[in-house]
Design a protein around this ligand. Sequence first.
Ligand SMILES: *Cc1c(COP(=O)(O)O)cnc(C)c1O
Length: 384
Amino acid sequence: MAKQNDSKSTEGFATRAIHSSRDYVSDTGTVSPPLWLTSTFEYGNPNGFDYTRSGNPNFNLLDATIASLESAEFSTVFGSGVSAITAVVSTLSSGDVVVAEENIYGCTFRLFAQVFAKFGVEIRYLDFTDPASLAAIAEHDPTLVWIESPTNPNLKIIDIAAVADATHAAGSTLIVDNTFASSYLQRPLEHGADLSLVSLTKYTNGHSDALVGAVCTRSEEWHEKMVFAQKALGLQPSPMDCWLTLRGAKTEAIRMERHCSNALGLAEWLEAESGATTVRYPFLPSHPQHDIAKKQMSGGSGIVTVDFGRSLEDTLHLVESLNYFPKAESLGGIESLCCHPASMTHAAVPKETREAVGITDSLVRFSVGIETLEDLIGDVKAAL
Ligand SMILES: *Cc1c(COP(=O)(O)O)cnc(C)c1O
């Protein structure tokens, strides 16, 4: 299959975000790409399109851009981040073992526990911030090693290059969920990962109005498996959502700069002034893996997780008193949001299990948007 991107491009991220999708057929001179709303294509067309479940020009435009932004050669877009996860897991067979970071995304956890366990795929969890986990990978003889960095909601930073080396020494494949970092701030394939999975719903689209996911790789064999999963499992996105996400990707660089400066500003204020017990942000020097974050990310991204050390009631009251941070799941949009993991994203996890991994009742996760920083700080100050 032809590469969607030459991973050796020397153009900057922002240039590639805007120009990688210009290669579409058009006799009108349109600067913005068309939207191909069609389920089927006439047989024998020069691009070989047949049916939108297995391909559409809007998928190709987004794939070419995402492959470039992720330093990949191939990208396959799916209907959501969870569809992308399903596509990867669908390549496994009964008896295969996956070794994963214990603070993995909740829906990934649920997919393994409640769906793929029934098909005989086993998942085992390790704490990848513990150096002993690297030596433990080979002992499990895993088919896949699954990490994300930063993690949700604890913002643990995992050394991608170190895990990639240990994974390859064990003859296995490393997949990194790059959603929280964003392609702008971190490119897992440059650190040795085999697959980078992104929920484009979050920072890439950035406007909270579409769901799309992608799996990026430099391996032709993995790309073929992903293209097969897209059509065989019906995991394709809609052309409209690809169009919106491509439009979002064009401003990702400039949005991420503001997400980072706002999140760092809020985190610094919280640490200095709010009386919180813990403030976690990868680019705060107090972050336990700050050095690794600096090594593999070019900014701390937009999430700040705070333990205010208050009772459940007070924490919920605090969250509900915020004006610019509506209580909502998801992240990565231009608008700020706040989430109370214990009662929202992690409500299904038993209290003891939750607290063992640091998800206390007093924990609040801020997805910091691109508003004026002083207004965001003022809002949190007033709520406190
Ligand atoms: C949101 C998210 C996903 C899933 O993406 P959807 O597009 O919502 O299906 C996967 N991984 C992480 C880390 C996420 O935050």
